[in-house]
Design a binder for this molecule. Structure first.
Ligand SMILES: Nc1ncnc2c1ncn2[C@@H]1O[C@H](COP(=O)(O)OP(=O)(O)OP(=O)(O)O)[C@@H](O)[C@H]1O
Ligand SMILES: [Mg+2]
Length: 307
């Protein structure tokens, strides 16, 4: 409707008639999202291509027509106020919303060019490729080893040493190797290698969260979805998770939800800003989003004026 927002710099002392971008506490304005704000141009391969994605919980429209491409082997941060649909969006990337009765998903999500919302997709295989780490560490009440080996055992990735040798098949890793590899990648090995049979619930919160990351890594995923993985942790444990995310992005595509603006600025390559109503308002290079946002609402949100 209004074209007054083609210039990102608002003039402070304008007459009230033109200040349509003044946000309410919920960030609602008449600002119209410009296509260029969400059109992120990157080099390198695309991991996810999301097209016209809508999610409803019954009548409630939680994700509004979102289209965005997510680059491979990089960190994408999703930020925005509570209730704006970040977790809902994240769950669309490995069809975890399928488990929520009230949720219905429309639109398209391609992983490496293949539609994941089509009949016949193997959801177990999909979730093996696209792993997930949750807000609160949720290890099983089992040994550290059992936690890490859980997925590979379930997926049959572990070859029994003897059987494999008898069959002349040495392609599979043995359990010890998988457990060590995953714990090393999750930067936990040094702290737990001599207590693998101990119950995982005896670890500190930060260690438990790295264990959950190790558990996700053990099945050799391509993508790791993280929903506020550090929000329950102290600053030191948080910085370990941040270092880890940075390292993981060399081999994995990481998509991470965070409420912590500094964290998003520190660890991500690109940032997507969701605002109230499940709208993607701006998506681009993290530096650009934080230093020179194009949307007034995004600027207000980032500078703490609402949310
Ligand atoms: N299982 C559900 N059933 C019904 N409505 C839901 C469900 N999960 C989320 N919603 C609604 O969908 C909207 C988006 O929720 P979502 O959890 O995705 O937000 P969020 O951005 O992750 O918020 P937060 O930052 O608080 O975690 C909210 O209005 C929420 O109430
Ligand atoms: Mg959430």
């Amino acid at each position: 409707m209004s074209e007054t927002h083609s210039t990102p710099e608002p003039t402070e002392e304008e007459s009230p008639g033109t200040t349509t971008s003044t946000p309410t506490t919920a960030g609602e304005t008449e600002e119209e999202v410009q296509e260029s704000w969400v059109d992120y141009d990157f080099d390198g391969p695309t991991k996810f291509s999301v097209e016209d994605l809508n999610v409803y919980y019954g009548e409630d429209h939680a994700i509004q027509n979102i289209s965005m491409d997510i680059p491979e082997n990089s960190v994408t941060a999703l930020i925005g106020p509570s209730g704006c649909g970040k977790s809902t969006f994240l769950r669309c990337l490995n069809r975890m919303n399928d488990r929520i009765k009230a949720a219905s998903v429309e639109g398209s999500v391609e992983l490496d060019g293949q539609e994941i919302y089509q009949e016949g997709i193997d959801l177990v295989e999909l979730r093996k490729r696209v792993g997930q780490v949750f807000q609160s560490p949720n290890p099983f009440p089992k040994s550290i080893r059992d936690n890490v080996a859980y997925g590979p055992r379930k997926h049959g990735d572990i070859q029994s040493g003897l059987l494999a040798r008898l069959l002349g098949d040495d392609s599979g890793e043995e359990e010890d190797e998988i457990v060590e590899r995953a714990l090393r990648k999750a930067a936990l090995w040094d702290e737990v290698h001599d207590r693998l049979e101990d119950n995982a619930l005896g670890l500190s919160g930060g260690q438990q969260q790295r264990l959950c990351i190790a558990r996700a890594l053990a099945v050799d995923p391509e993508v790791i979805l993280m929903d506020e993985p550090a929000s329950a942790l102290d600053p030191i444990a948080t910085s370990k998770i941040e270092d880890l995310v940075d390292e993981l992005s060399e081999d994995y595509t990481v998509v991470i939800v965070t409420h912590n603006m500094q964290q998003a600025a520190r660890i991500s390559d690109q940032t997507a800003v969701f605002l109230t109503g499940g709208e993607l308002v701006e998506y681009g290079d993290t530096e650009q989003i934080f230093e020179n946002p194009q949307s007034q609402r995004v600027e207000d949100y980032i500078t703490g004026k609402f949310g």
